[in-house]
Design a protein around this ligand. Structure first.
Ligand SMILES: [Zn+2]
Length: 442
């Protein structure tokens, strides 16, 4: 099966131009104005509970809100909104359309968060200074590597990426809609890659590891302890700086911690992409987990370490590799062999009271996550239910090899080695890298 992976790389070009700050000031005001108008026209509708089938049981899905916001989208409303914004617009008319589109996307984000219980019933406020351009306002010359942005008829802003350090990294890539800031212009470059899918790996995000399963590979264990070490080291450093009242030092540590975390995540994602080409990586939809855990008030909730930046890891993975997301509920409580859902979960070993399967819980979850993705795909094609592996196979016995992936001190027969700029202790160091090793399971 052929799939397309969309790749985006954003780079900024510094710029100094008085017209930019004026444009941004107008843009931010117009954007807030548009949000105000949309907000005042929201319709609050009553919503009734629905019945959902999950794992053979019927469950009442109450949702978190009884009244849900309906954002106005009809033609007449949009026409009125545009006319209102055009009244005070010194720029090209397309700028108003850019404002309207950004306003709608902000409102849509707020609505989704609100329905999940992650945002209050408060009108979004624009705090950052920026202007998002529209492709119709841009004229791109790939030969000369320049972008000409129309401010108003006959007045333009020209930027170039010809002499930038990143020009070779985006050769042949298409330019997307730029974001204008007071001191720089952020250009997203887009490209797509055709991937012939040969494998589907289910990944379970745990406290200190990513645990994967794919039948032809077996189980995969990615160690995330070094990421924890970074966090612990910087928590201590930040606490010391704070107790001494040294704000500058504290901010330096915040920046450094963020850079190291980012570096780790980038290298981990790149390593997984290199090690598992032609693969769809199935991850848990953590937004859905929020909903589930809130409803259940933490009961039976999966333990995840708050220090591990799961959303950032998942996001980076989706930027460099093909990813898919599944509902994470019950993934570590459902028997991968017979489908029985165990009520409570304690300890590291899953035991099925119906068929007697005994297995590490992370492995159970990774099989279930993978299977859930494949089942959803089949359901769309109206095919029958399937399991992660045939009933006759004992996964612990049939899966002889377990792959271990992690960032550890190098030296012991690494398969892939990517140099790291740092080590987990927080010192600038050499000789450490991303080691990916393959172990026999027993
Ligand atoms: Zn079972």
């Amino acid at each position: 099966m052929l799939k397309i992976l969309e790749l985006v790389r954003s780079y900024s070009v510094p710029i100094r131009d008085d017209r930019i700050s004026k444009l941004i000031t107008w843009y931010v005001e117009a954007l807030q104005n548009a949000i105000d108008i949309i907000w005042d026209n929201i319709e609050w509708r009553y919503c009734f509970p629905e019945l959902v089938r999950r794992g053979g049981k019927l469950i009442t899905n109450m949702g978190l809100k009884m009244r849900i916001p309906i954002i106005p989208r009809d033609r007449a409303f949009k026409k009125r909104l545009r006319e209102e914004l055009m009244k005070d617009n010194p720029y090209a008319a397309h700028w108003v359309d850019a404002v309207i589109r950004t306003a709608y996307s902000i409102m849509e984000n707020w609505r989704k968060k609100y329905l999940r219980g992650r945002a209050r019933k408060v009108k979004p406020r624009i705090r950052r200074r920026f202007a998002r351009c529209k492709i119709t306002l841009m004229k791109i010359d790939y030969q000369a590597k320049t972008i000409r942005i129309t401010l108003r008829q006959g007045e333009y802003l020209t930027i170039s990426w010809r002499s930038t350090w990143f020009k070779h990294r985006v050769r042949g890539w298409a330019v997307g809609e730029v974001i204008i800031k007071d001191d720089r212009i952020v250009i997203p470059f887009k490209s797509s890659e055709e991937i012939y899918v040969r494998r589907v790996i289910g990944w379970d995000s745990n406290e200190l590891s990513l645990d994967g399963y794919e039948p032809s590979i077996g189980f995969i264990h990615v160690d995330l302890k070094p990421l924890q070490s970074i966090k612990i080291v910087y928590e201590r450093k930040k606490a010391i700086a704070q107790s001494r009242g040294r704000r500058e030092l504290y901010e330096k540590y915040v920046r450094r911690e963020r850079n190291r975390e980012k570096d780790f995540i980038n290298k981990l994602s790149a390593g997984l992409r290199m090690l598992f080409p032609n693969t769809v990586h199935v991850l848990e939809d953590l937004d859905k987990e929020d909903l589930v855990s809130r409803k259940k008030r933490g009961k039976n909730r999966r333990k995840r370490n708050a220090r591990t930046p799961w959303k950032r890891i998942h996001k980076r993975m989706s930027e460099v590799a093909l990813t898919a997301y599944v509902d994470p509920s019950n993934t570590s409580r459902e028997c991968p062999r017979c489908g029985y859902v165990v009520e409570t979960q304690e300890g590291h070993v899953f035991e099925c009271p119906r068929c007697g399967l005994k297995m590490n819980r992370h492995k159970v979850a990774s099989i279930n996550i993978r299977r859930r993705y494949l089942e959803e795909k089949r359901r769309r094609k109206r095919k029958t239910r399937m399991r992660g592996f045939p009933h006759s196979n004992e996964p612990e016995i049939s899966m002889k090899v377990e792959l271990w992936v992690g960032v550890t001190p190098s030296g012991r027969s690494p398969v892939i080695w990517i140099p790291m700029k740092w080590d987990p202790e927080g010192d600038e160091a050499k000789g450490r890298g991303l080691d990916i090793k393959q172990y026999q399971a027993q």
